[in-house]
Design a protein around this ligand. Structure first.
Ligand code: SAH
Length: 454
């Protein structure tokens, strides 16, 4: 919970009454105190992962408000001509007016209101999803918490933005803290917010932020964690679990703008990163140069396909960081990962369900989860982030006798996932995937290995 001073300063009082909470649906835990939220999240992780890994205490925020550094607004023109800005009602594309929010950066909310107030005088029309007419689709605002830099992305249906110089002039007059304005062109009938083309109207085209003492450039379309305070907590824990000494080879998969890899690079011999999004990879390369990390390489590829290629070439790694999206990792990735024989896999997850599924799968491939640390990255919402350490089974143990479960069976370079005996045991094909841990045949073994290293 935040200190009394912090709460008084920001006018926060619990319970917080959000006028649009029902329609928005973003803050599922609004009715709970912050300590109740933390208890609930820790319990959820413990229950989801029960029998497969020991859950440690959750780390919450001291001031769990206004943490979101990325704020998005949609617009709607009402029948009477008034323009409203806000959020989409849950599960719909109906815009609900929301001027302030418990979790969003407060200045970003103010900038959105200013933009809304400027639209009529500049005759900027609002895009209508049904008819396809109109210009402005969304606003996206990103703030660098430590640098104070502010990026405003105007998402429009056309690259032709009327009186853009004057519009930006008027906006900057009210918000001199804005360091960059980008026009993102999204001319497709799509529910995706951003289109492919970015036109820089003012500033550098990206913002920078500082995490764990390193500087990172963030472009409009690159992934960046939305809660930088807790991201530092998460990354520090990830580094601690990785146990780097300076001699290790490290892989950072699903690496985004290279945050984890660059932070690890100081304490490793060499780091290899793989990420699908080419904007993020470009940011990552810039970030490595800026942070003078010369022992790090970036590859733009599907993480599973890339690791397969590395495994085929006989590459090994001491530590593997992996931070996949909500859907979790893939069988291909995990097979390839164990063929590279990492001593430690540090798995960062924003979805305990897919983490549980993937831990079970890793287990079949010879790796066990030692411990999992939940970190509350998303106060007031139901989302849960955690970081988990997996290590290779002790190959001499009695319980490690199934032919299909050990990394021994993955050693052969010629055995791709297709040839691997355990291929039918993956998440998709796993008959027990919907069964509680009680039904999971490996439960005793899981328990037996519960962590000494955390
Ligand atoms: N580790 C980074 C990013 C984590 S978010 C950080 O902490 O900031 C997950 C990242 O995985 C995103 O950048 C997304 O673009 C990337 N991604 C999604 N699917 C992928 C795939 N199949 N292969 C590689 N990267 C992928």
């Amino acid at each position: 919970m935040g200190s009394e001073t912090e709460e008084r300063q920001s006018g926060i009082a619990e319970p917080w009454h959000c006028p649009v909470s029902r329609k928005c649906g973003g803050c599922q835990y609004l009715g709970l105190s912050y300590s109740e939220q933390l208890e609930k999240k820790e319990r959820q992780v413990r229950e989801t992962l029960s029998g497969i890994v020991r859950t440690e205490k959750i780390t919450g925020m001291s001031f769990p408000y206004f943490y979101r550094n990325k704020v998005h607004a949609a617009f709607r023109r009402k029948k009477n001509g008034d323009i409203i800005s806000g959020i989409y009602a849950e599960g719909t594309h109906k815009v609900v007016q929301a001027d302030r929010c418990l979790i969003e950066n407060q200045n970003a909310d103010r900038i959105i209101q200013t933009i809304r107030s400027l639209l009529p005088s500049f005759r900027i029309t609002i895009y209508n999803e049904d008819s396809g007419y109109g210009l402005l689709r969304h606003i996206l605002i990103r703030t660098g918490r430590r640098t104070g830099q502010v990026l405003v992305v105007l998402v429009a249906s056309s690259p032709v933005f009327p009186s853009k110089k004057n519009f930006i002039g008027a906006l900057l007059k009210k918000h001199p803290e804005i360091t960059c304005v980008v026009l993102n062109v999204n001319d497709r009938k799509t529910s995706m917010v951003l289109g492919d083309r970015n036109i820089v109207l003012f500033g550098k085209g990206y913002i920078e932020d500082i995490l764990c003492g390193k500087i990172f450039r963030i472009s409009p379309s690159s992934f960046y964690q939305v809660n930088p305070v807790q991201t530092e907590v998460l990354y520090r824990k990830a580094m601690q679990l990785a146990g780097l000494t300076g001699n290790e080879t490290v892989f950072d998969a699903y690496s985004g703008i290279g945050t984890i890899g660059i932070i690890a690079a100081d304490q490793a011999r060499e780091v290899t990163c793989v990420e699908l999004n080419d904007h993020a990879v470009r940011d990552a390369e810039w970030n490595a140069r800026k942070n003078k990390a010369s022992n790090i390489r970036f590859y733009q590829d599907d993480a599973g396909r890339f690791l397969e290629k590395m495994a085929e070439q006989g590459k090994r790694t001491d530590v593997l960081f992996m931070d996949p999206p909500r859907s979790g990792s893939t069988e291909t990735f995990m097979h390839a990962a164990v063929r590279m024989h990492p001593d430690r896999i540090v798995y960062i997850s924003c979805n305990p369900e897919t983490l549980a599924r993937d831990i079970r799968y890793f287990h079949r491939l010879g790796y066990i989860a030692e411990c999992v640390y939940p970190v509350d990255m998303f106060p007031w919402t139901g989302s849960i982030e955690s970081v988990c350490l997996l290590t290779e089974h002790n190959q001499g143990t009695q319980n490690h006798n199934s032919q299909n479960q050990g990394p021994q069976n993955n050693n052969s370079q010629n055995q791709g996932p297709q040839n691997n005996n355990s291929q039918n045991q993956g998440p998709q094909n796993n008959n027990s995937q919907n069964q509680g841990p009680q039904n999971h045949g490996t439960q005793n073994r899981d328990n037996q290995y519960h962590g000494t290293k955390c």
